[in-house]
Design a protein around this ligand. Structure first.
Ligand SMILES: Cc1ncc(COP(=O)(O)O)c(C=O)c1O
Length: 371
């Protein structure tokens, strides 16, 4: 019998889903008599702060369609937060756009910008894999870089920055950001700066936004920053993030997303506005992560690991100068699961990424097993 003709899906342009390769090690770790300590995926485990839950519950009765651009209250909150936390100046409602978690935005941005074959999209050599996924979904050429200013600008349409970095926790200073933005503007390349760990700096250089006046000169033209509430507010389950910056680009994306029905649920919009208006829960969550980070860091150092960068974000980028899968295998026998650095690019093949997003009890257990 002949098969029905099926359209070729964009999946054929993507690599295999990497996390499936971790499954055997997860099974080994899960067999530990005292249970697995999963430090692989950086998913929040602490409660959603009360102020946010109240706002969500208070908006339970919303039978109508929400608006893609966000309620006026949410737009006010995004503008106010970006002024207060990023130092961005002169923002209006036209400079902000809510998105359904930042992963969605990262993965579909090249497509939504109308990029395709012949266009190039650049991202850090060691990076969150979704930058490359987004380039491939659109049919663009993915271009990993070490130094953005050393890129060939021919055909380059989109430059991703990511500070603090996932997976390395590296922070770009004002001078580095300024030079990347200046270079991109000179060559007419749109800069999109993924800053979802900006409020999670621990030591060294304080993370700064690409929208800071000392970086972009006070005008957001050609620059967009992406912010997520998943990590700073324990809201990964709500899917709440936003883009802020160049109003002309965001205006086009807004119209496109209205055509496509890409809207945040109304209760999530209320919850997100409440979260952006409250700094106290961010400070509390930071304190929890700081304690977990320092306990795990000490335990890894004592076990012979070297920690690279890791000044910010929710990860320790660790190495024992051996192939990452050997480290993953070894730690899985202790019931501790970590992510192989190779997931973030070939350059990470001798490192592992250790997330400190587990509960205090699980982190203490990991420390005990590593000691
Ligand atoms: C660098 C980076 N960008 C974006 C995201 C996506 O976050 P979310 O979709 O929860 O906003 C993550 C998640 O881990 C990340 O590490």
């Amino acid at each position: 019998m002949s098969q029905p003709a099926r359209p070729r899906s964009a999946l054929s342009r993507l690599p295999a889903f990497p996390w499936d390769r971790l499954e055997p090690y997860k099974a080994t770790a899960a067999a530990h008599p005292d249970g697995i300590v999963d430090l692989s995926v950086g998913t929040p485990v602490d409660p959603v702060p009360e102020v946010i839950r109240r706002a969500l519950a208070g908006a339970a009765d919303r039978p109508g369609y929400p608006v893609v651009r966000g309620t006026a209250g949410l737009r006010d909150a995004m503008v106010a937060w970006s002024g207060r936390r990023l130092g961005a100046r002169g923002l209006t409602h036209g400079h902000v756009l809510p998105v359904i978690g930042s992963k969605e935005f990262v993965a579909w941005l090249p497509t939504q910008l109308g990029l395709g074959a012949g266009d190039r999209v650049a991202f850090p050599r060691l990076a969150y894999p979704t930058y490359e996924v987004g380039a491939r979904l659109a049919g663009c050429e993915p271009v990993p870089y070490d130094d953005p200013a050393a890129l060939d600008p021919a055909g380059l349409r989109l430059l991703w920055l990511n500070s603090p970095s996932n997976p390395t926790g590296r922070v770009l200073g004002i001078a580095e950001l300024r030079s990347a933005v200046a270079w991109a503007r000179r060559h007419g390349v749109l800069v999109v700066s993924d800053e979802c760990y900006l409020e999670l700096g621990w030591e060294g250089t304080e993370p700064v936004s690409a929208l800071h006046p000392e970086v972009c000169g006070g005008e957001p033209d050609g620059v967009i920053a992406v912010h997520s509430l998943s990590k700073r507010s324990n809201l990964a389950g709500y899917r709440a993030a936003f883009a802020v910056g160049d109003a002309a680009v965001l205006g086009e994306l807004l119209t496109l997303r209205r055509h496509g029905g890409m809207m945040l649920p109304a209760p999530v919009q209320e919850a997100m506005a409440a979260a952006l208006g409250d700094d106290a829960h961010v400070a509390e969550q930071r304190a929890r992560y700081a304690a977990r980070r320092s306990a795990l860091r000490a335990a890894l150092l004592a076990r012979g690991f070297r920690i690279e960068h890791s000044e910010a974000s929710l990860y320790l980028w660790a190495t024992r100068d051996e192939p990452c899968w050997d480290t993953v295998a070894d730690l899985s026998k202790l019931g501790v699961l970590v992510a192989p650095g190779e997931f973030y690019g070939r350059a990470g093949e001798r490192c592992v990424r250790v997330a400190f997003t587990a509960t205090d009890e699980r982190v203490a257990e990991a420390v005990r097993r590593l000691s």
